[in-house]
Design a protein around this ligand. Structure first.
Ligand code: NCD
Length: 312
C-alpha cells in the first residue's frame, strides 16, 4: 500500500514502500509474460502524460503501463500547446486540474518543477524525471532488476559510474539502494562527481580499477552533454579510456557482477558495445522490461483508494 498522493522521488520513500512497489511489480512482470488481462484495474481512470523533455523508454513505458491496466490515456501535445505561447507552469497546472485528471506523469528539465505542479493539482503526480534531481521509477526498476538477477536486494556492493553530477538516475538510485541496505561507491572524474556527495553515505573514487574491486553491480551512466555548460572532460576518447566500462576494467568486479545502464547509451563513450550486448552480464534490456511492470505497480498503488475504482 502507498499512503501518498504523489511519487516525486525515492528520497522520501520508506523501505517498506519501496518493497511493496517491487513486490507488486513482480506480479505484474509475471502477468506481462503470461499475457494476463488486467484492463479492469484502472478502468475509468484518466492518465495524462506530460513530457517537457525528450524520452523514449520512460514515456512509452508509462503509456503501455496505463494501457495494459485499462486507463484512459492522454498524451499532452507540448509542441502544439499553450506552453509554446508562454503560459506559465502554474497556469498550466490550474488548467489541467480543471479537467479532472486522476494521474499526471510529468518529465521536466527543471529540478523541482514536478513538485511545484503536484502542489497545485488535486490528482496524483508521478515524477518521470526532473532536471538532475530525481527519477524515482528508474531507481525502482533498477532495484527490481537487481533482485531478479542476483536473488537479493540488500548487502550488495554497487558502483555508480560516470556522469554523476548531471544524473537524476544516480541520485534516486543512491537514496533507494542505501535504504535497502546496500553499500554504494560512486566512480568518475572529479569534474563529474558533485562536491559533498559523501554526505549521502557513499564512497567516492576517481579510479575505475580501484572502484570496481569486489563490486556486485556496475551501474553505468550516460555522459549527459545536454546538461553540461562548459568543458567537463577533454575528449570522448580519453573519457572512454579512463571511465568507459570495458572488459579490462570489468575484470576487477566480482566474476558474477551484472552491468546496468538506464539508456539511452553512448556505445564506445561510457560503455563498450560488446559488453553492453553480453547477455550473461548485461541486464540492460531486462531493465526496460522490468520498467513496464514497475510503472504498472505504481499506477495501481497510487490510485488504490480512488473512488472511481470502487466497483473494480
Ligand atoms: C535517463 C533519464 O532520462 O534520466 N533515461 C531514462 O529515463 N531511461 C538517463 C539518461 O537520459 O541518461
Amino acid at each position: 500500500m502507498l499512503n501518498r498522493k504523489d511519487l516525486l522521488g525515492t528520497a522520501d520513500l520508506s523501505k517498506e514502500e519501496i518493497l511493496s512497489i517491487i513486490d507488486l511489480a513482480e506480479l505484474y512482470s509475471r502477468d506481462n509474460i503470461d499475457n494476463a488481462n488486467n484492463t479492469g484495474v484502472l478502468r475509468n481512470i484518466t492518465q495524462i502524460n506530460l513530457f517537457f523533455e525528450n524520452s523514449t523508454r520512460t514515456q512509452v513505458s508509462f503509456e503501455i503501463a496505463g494501457t495494459k491496466l485499462g486507463a484512459n490515456i492522454v498524451n499532452f501535445p507540448l509542441g502544439n500547446s499553450s506552453q509554446s505561447k508562454g503560459e506559465t507552469l502554474l497556469d498550466l497546472a490550474a488548467t489541467l486540474n480543471s479537467m479532472f485528471p486522476d494521474i499526471l506523469v510529468i518529465r521536466h528539465p527543471n529540478s523541482g518543477a514536478v513538485q511545484l505542479i503536484s502542489e497545485k493539482v488535486k490528482c496524483s503526480v508521478i515524477n518521470a524525471g526532473d532536471g538532475n534531481h530525481e527519477h524515482p521509477t528508474q531507481a525502482l526498476l533498477d532495484a527490481q532488476t537487481i533482485r531478479k538477477r542476483l536473488g537479493k536486494i540488500s548487502g550488495l556492493k554497487i558502483a555508480i559510474c560516470g556522469d554523476v553530477a548531471h544524473s537524476r538516475v544516480a541520485r534516486s538510485n543512491i537514496f533507494c539502494l542505501k535504504k535497502l541496505g546496500n553499500s554504494i561507491k560512486v566512480i568518475g572524474p572529479k569534474t563529474l562527481i558533485p562536491k559533498g556527495i559523501e554526505s549521502f553515505g557513499v564512497e567516492v573514487t576517481h579510479n575505475m580499477f580501484d572502484g570496481l574491486q569486489d563490486i556486485d553491480v556496475v551501474m553505468v551512466l550516460r555522459l549527459q552533454k545536454e546538461r553540461m555548460d562548459g568543458a567537463f572532460f577533454s575528449s570522448e576518447r580519453e573519457y572512454f579510456h579512463f571511465y568507459g566500462l570495458d572488459e579490462r576494467k570489468m575484470q576487477y568486479a566480482k566474476p558474477n557482477a551484472i552491468i546496468m545502464h538506464p539508456g539511452p547509451m553512448n556505445r564506445g563513450v561510457e560503455i563498450d558495445g560488446d559488453l553492453a550486448d553480453d547477455i550473461n552480464r548485461s541486464v540492460i534490456t531486462q531493465q526496460v522490461e522490468v520498467g513496464l511492470a514497475i510503472r504498472m505497480a505504481i499506477l495501481d498503488l497510487l490510485t488504490a483508494k480512488h473512488p472511481l475504482r470502487k466497483n473494480v
